[in-house]
Design a protein around this ligand. Structure first.
Ligand code: SF4
Length: 305
């Protein structure tokens, strides 16, 4: 992936022989004679290029830079909300490929119709492209199973089928609780239930089911129905905290609530997907690639990974 790099900071001057040194940033040394200037505070030019202290302005600048480098992903239309939600449950604590494999096991066991042509993103070796793969693509590419048959399985039987996704017992219980909740309301059309309840109430109802958290419900709403939300997964939470836009440490749901206040209308979908790509390629959990990061000038965590 090619990134447009922001200009590198001006190189430090070499210190005078034998002079005392003042560290200004990691890896940078300045002559002590510059110290009085620094004490007087930043110059007007330095102020102009300093990262905005206001979290909303900092977020907007980060969004602009991400879109300049990664484009503006657009929602690609309605999908079966139940498929998206089950795939999202399966993806918890594992990667999208394992989630998809578990879902395909379910479909093979209870096929509801003919297989759809494979439209999943693949790399040059024919393997699933883990950077480009989105669970919503899978919801389009794989026909759903016969939900009535899945709903009548025991938790143990379902766990065996989805074992490849990990945490099979708890995921099986969550999926069955969801299917029974829908069956009690007359069918497996989750989008109809969401339409009847409204987005906020639907979020509240879905998150009452054990194993469906705020992120899982929000992913379903944006991918299946185009809701203007930025779900907060591990990548989004890590990057937004590293950029100093929020300081929520372990509280992902708090990050989600704050982003709902900060993100301008109509831009949450692109932000979510750009942060996923950025977190998988540059701002990695371990050893982020700060030297090639287009957000480095904004980032108080630069070089601290
Ligand atoms: S500078 Fe480093 S820590 Fe900050 S956003 Fe970029 S990659 Fe992440």
């Amino acid at each position: 992936m090619s990134w447009v790099r922001t200009p590198s900071p001006a190189p430090c001057k070499a210190p005078p022989a034998g002079g005392a040194l003042l560290s200004a940033r990691p890896g940078c040394v300045m002559p002590a004679r510059l110290k009085p200037l620094i004490r007087r505070g930043p110059t007007r030019r330095a102020k102009a290029s300093a990262p905005p202290a206001d979290p909303r302005r900092r977020l907007l600048r980060a969004m602009d830079l991400l879109e300049a480098n990664l484009g503006q992903p657009q929602w690609d239309g309605p999908k079966d909300a139940l498929e998206v939600l089950v795939l999202t449950i399966l993806s918890q604590n594992t990667n999208d490929r394992n989630a998809l494999a578990a879902y395909q096991n379910l479909v093979r066991k209870f096929p509801a119709g003919p297989a759809r042509p494979d439209s999943l993103p693949r790399n040059a070796d024919g393997q699933l492209d883990k950077i480009k793969l989105r669970l919503s693509d899978a919801a389009r590419a794989v026909a759903p199973p016969r939900w009535d048959d899945v709903a009548s399985l025991s938790a143990g039987e379902l766990a065996e089928i989805i074992r490849v996704a990990g945490l099979p017992a708890s995921k099986a219980k969550s999926i069955l609780a969801l299917l029974h909740w829908l069956r009690d309301r007359g069918g497996y059309r989750l989008e109809e239930q969401i339409g009847k309840l409204g987005m906020e109430q639907a979020m509240a109802e879905m998150t009452r089911i054990k194993g469906i958290g705020v992120k899982t419900a929000a992913v379903t709403l944006i991918e299946a129905m185009g809701a203007d939300l930025c779900p907060v997964d591990t990548h989004v939470h890590r990057i937004i905290n590293r950029l100093g836009i929020v300081q929520t440490k372990a509280a992902r749901d708090r990050t989600f609530a704050l982003l709902r206040e900060l993100v301008p209308a109509g831009r949450a979908y692109a932000l979510h997907h750009n942060l996923l790509t950025f977190g998988r390629t540059v701002c990695l959990a371990r050893r982020p690639k700060c030297d090639e990061c287009p957000l480095a000038r904004l980032c108080p965590s630069r070089g601290k990974g």
